[in-house]
Design a protein around this ligand. Structure first.
Ligand code: PMP
Length: 405
């Protein structure tokens, strides 16, 4: 018998399948609202001007070589990345208890964080992590791969197309003490629905009271509001309150470095002594997983984080992206409510934040957008706002109007 005969055929990744269908479509007005990657107003990938500058600097550096980075990554990168998410004046950094390791973008940070917890967290009962319902689909796979069972907590309320705060808090309260909760730091994927600051305060309070652990995933810092500090608010608040936590950080979206795979995992233990032990074990895990992280993206981001002029340039580029997306939200809302008088309330389009919007349409309406109008989106009705631009937004609004009528 053939040795692989028992390997079941896996389905293709749904997002990448959607992209393939979009590419194969010859309709001139086709629209891709599937993949979460920024596009400019001409639907082109955007290399941030600050990244072009930093690349230029790197290329002109006579000392540039291709030696291995340290196991935990480029030190100037990890220290800058920690300041970016935790805040330059973070008590955790000042007290030497922030552990930062360079990872293979946000996915790698999630993986390393999950692997570390799987091995070293004080599991009272079966290993399980609470995930928002819904969440980034990859969270489920990443956790299962390291032997942690994902369980849902209520998050999205289809009735309001908003946050099910009661359900969320209720699960925080009823979960066994020392449960682990995965939280999206900002710009929740796929819903675009974030807790308010007051709600975050309540969440932190219950997590503290129940001795839960906060597993933050931060893939969109700066991308949500256009302001890096604003989007890090929840993470910094949790650190300030002494909530036990870690943060997964990605530079894919906010620096447009998708393919460079640059990110970091930050674990914030209560003491420097604990931090040293945690760091030593992360180093051991990283060694067996990837030996050393890749250098190019780390060098680019390190330049941007550690030079104030480049850092200002980066902030400007982030604003450009965030503002274009916010403009598209406002325009879509205006077209639907004022011009087309589309039935239903669409205020969630402007209340939601970040790359994605949950439109609230059902799977058959999503399918109709694909089949009839050549507009590609996931069955859950999520659209990537970055796929909309001044050339196609009217076509999208009119098509959406037709499928919901
Ligand atoms: N977490 C969330 C919630 C995401 O949306 C993404 C990007 N799709 C990631 C993590 C990781 O992306 P990357 O590995 O490209 O940084």
């Amino acid at each position: 018998a053939e040795i692989w005969q028992d390997v079941p055929l896996a389905p293709p990744d749904s997002i990448f399948k959607l992209t393939a269908a979009y590419k194969a479509d010859t309709f001139p007005q086709k629209v891709n609202l599937g993949v979460g990657a920024y596009r400019d107003d001409d639907n082109k990938p955007w290399v941030l001007p600050v990244i072009k500058k930093a690349t230029e600097i790197l290329l002109n550096d006579p000392n540039l070589d291709h030696e291995y980075l340290p196991i935990t990554g480029l030190p100037e990168f990890t220290s800058g990345a920690a300041k970016l998410i935790l805040g330059a004046d973070s008590p955790a950094i000042a007290e030497g208890r922030a552990v930062s390791v360079q990872t293979i973008s946000g996915t790698g940070a999630n993986h390393l964080g999950a692997l570390f917890l799987s091995k070293f967290y004080h599991w009272d009962a079966p290993k399980q992590i609470y995930l928002s319902n819904p969440t980034w689909a990859n969270h489920h796979a990443i956790l299962r791969n390291v032997g942690i069972q994902p369980v849902d907590y209520p998050y999205y309320d289809p009735a309001t197309i908003g946050l099910d705060f009661k359900g969320f808090i209720g699960t925080l309260q009823s979960a066994a003490p020392r449960s682990v909760f995965l939280l999206h730091a900002c710009a929740h994927n796929p819903t675009g629905v974030d807790p308010t600051r007051d709600q975050w305060k309540e969440i932190a309070e219950v997590i503290t009271a129940k001795n839960h652990y906060a597993f933050f995933d931060c893939a969109y810092q700066g991308f949500a509001s256009g302001d890096l500090n604003n989007d890090a608010w929840a993470v910094r608040y949790f650190v300030e309150k002494g909530v036990p936590m870690l943060v997964c950080q990605s530079f894919a979206k906010n620096a447009g470095l998708y393919g460079e795979r640059i990110g970091a995992l930050h674990i914030v233990p209560p003491t420097k002594d604990a931090a040293d032990r945690v760091r030593s074990q992360l180093s051991v895990l990283q060694r067996s997983e990837i030996s050393n992280p890749p250098a190019h993206g780390a060098r680019l981001v390190s330049l941007i984080l550690n030079d104030s002029a480049l850092f200002d340039d980066w902030n400007r580029d982030i604003k450009t992206m965030a503002e274009r997306i916010i403009t598209m939200r406002n325009e879509l809302y205006r077209l639907l409510t004022e011009e087309l008088k589309t039935p239903g309330s669409w205020v969630h389009i402007i209340n939601q934040i970040g790359m994605f919007s949950f439109t609230g349409i059902n799977p058959s309406q999503s399918q109709a957008l694909i089949d009839t109008f050549h507009i590609y989106l996931t069955a859950n009705g999520r659209i990537s706002m970055a796929g909309l631009n001044t050339h196609n937004i009217r076509y999208f609004a009119e098509s959406l109007d037709k499928v919901v009528r």
